[in-house]
Unconditional design. Sequence first.
Length: 114
Amino acid sequence: MTKNILKTLGILLITFLILSASYIVNLFLMKPLSMDHYLAKELVVELIDSPEAMTYVGIFDRFSWLTKHSSKLSIPTENDRNEDISELEDRLKILQSYDINKLSDIQKTTREIA
């Protein structure tokens, strides 16, 4: 009886890990299925990339010993700006690749704003 329960829990855990890994791979390495997930990922990545934004939001202040964001200042160079522009162009292409007919009204508005 206990052996069957442990086996079932193991299978459920492995299934959960496989599904989670698939979601993470889809989110970061491919175009996510949902535009909302894509925009949330981009927001978090941008937040973590900017020490000033991390300080402004304040949720990372208690983890400053780990992130060291309080001791950093992002002063962009010309090369950084060019990289940012190319990244923004790539993000815009991905955002515009979502089929507008399959989006909800809120997602359509978000797509226009973003």
